[in-house]
Design a protein around this ligand. Structure first.
Ligand SMILES: Nc1ncnc2c1ncn2[C@@H]1O[C@H](COP(=O)(O)OP(=O)(O)OP(=O)(O)O)[C@@H](O)[C@H]1O
Length: 314
């Protein structure tokens, strides 16, 4: 299966007064056409940075090495027109806060038809197509909705509109960065179900960023576990519980709310989450790992057969 999207030892550094420091240490991951991959890990591990790198949205002054390839083309080598084309045609992004994605004073109809109009579709045809997608995802009173402005919609309804806009452009890939974290639990489930169903029907690939392992497992084919700027394990979502080998993945699984009987104290991953910038020289997880060995402290384990752990590679 050839990759639609491929991160090849992507490293991102920012300048600091004490010299360049990493935000991503080395990210290698591929997403096939139509595949859904979940990127999970604690806050600061670099999930958003990884997704943003696909659209060339890295912090100013940062330097990226390695490569991010879309359909085999290195995104780092695209000119501004190529990057615009990638953003408007091939890859759509859905962020955590839907209100940050929309212009507050424009109507839902204008927001939904923008990409289609840019591609030369007539206003009437674009409205019909946008309305059709809204209907597909269960939005009622279409004519009324198209005239509404973002502040008139609930967070859940607005995130549905943002997902509809992403789908309207018929991208090959959707990057969804914690798309339901800002919503209440029931709405979260509905919005995730819509994203899951619609992208399956259309054969759209998905990079689904979440700190919620259960949610990612429910909608993804594979799960990539990220820690301090590196992918430490990649495995099929259906085998996550049985096949997890990395000590960090195992710790995350134990820290899930459903992993302890009701009333018992929830386990946490011992220690504090680290970013790439303060990760140790060897294995990124060495400082918190319950089975750390001397080798782990100074030698970086390479991601081999889906896991980056010295104890798993002999
Ligand atoms: N604009 C920026 N300039 C400098 N450092 C940044 C910038 N944005 C993020 N970082 C740092 O890069 C690292 C990775 O951040 P990122 O937002 O990708 O993590 P994350 O895993 O998505 O976390 P969260 O779940 O909290 O969103 C963090 O240490 C963060 O502080």
């Amino acid at each position: 299966m050839s990759a639609l999207l491929e991160f090849d030892r992507l490293r991102v550094e920012i300048p600091t007064p004490v010299g360049p420091r990493p935000l991503l240490r080395s990210v290698s991951l591929s997403v096939a056409a139509g595949e859904a991959v979940g990127l999970v890990g604690e806050s600061g591990s670099g999930k958003s940075m990884t997704a943003r790198s696909v659209l060339g949205m890295l912090p100013g002054g940062s330097v990226a090495t390695g490569a991010v390839r879309f359909r085999g083309v290195d995104i780092g080598g695209l000119d501004p027109a190529g990057l615009r084309r990638l953003r408007s045609r091939d890859v759509a992004m859905v962020f955590q806060d839907p209100r940050a994605s929309v212009n507050p004073v424009r109507t839902v109809g204008d927001f939904l038809t923008e990409v289609l109009r840019e591609r030369g579709m007539s206003r009437a045809a674009a409205r019909e197509k946008a309305g059709g997608i809204l209907a597909d995802i269960g939005v009622d009173r279409l004519a009324h909705r198209l005239k509404q402005r973002p502040y008139e919609l609930s967070g859940g309804m607005l995130q549905r509109v943002v997902i509809a806009a992403a789908l309207a452009g018929e991208p090959a890939l959707i990057l969804a960065d914690e798309p339901t974290t800002a919503l209440d639990v029931t709405t979260q489930e509905e919005v995730v179900a819509i994203l899951d169903e619609q992208r399956r029907q259309r054969g759209t690939a998905l990079l689904f960023i979440s700190h919620d392992l259960e949610l990612a497992t429910a909608v993804c084919d594979r799960i990539a576990v990220m820690y301090a700027g590196e992918i430490v394990e990649i495995l099929p979502a259906a085998r996550l519980h049985e096949d997890a080998r990395h000590p960090y993945t195992k710790a995350l699984l134990k820290a899930r709310p459903g992993s302890v009987p009701p009333g018992e104290r929830l386990q946490t991953v011992p220690g504090v989450p680290q970013s790439a910038i303060d990760a140790p020289a060897g294995c990124v997880f060495a400082d918190r790992c319950p089975v750390v060995e001397p080798l782990c402290r100074d030698t970086i384990p390479v991601l081999t057969a889906g896991v980056a752990c010295h104890l798993e590679v002999s």
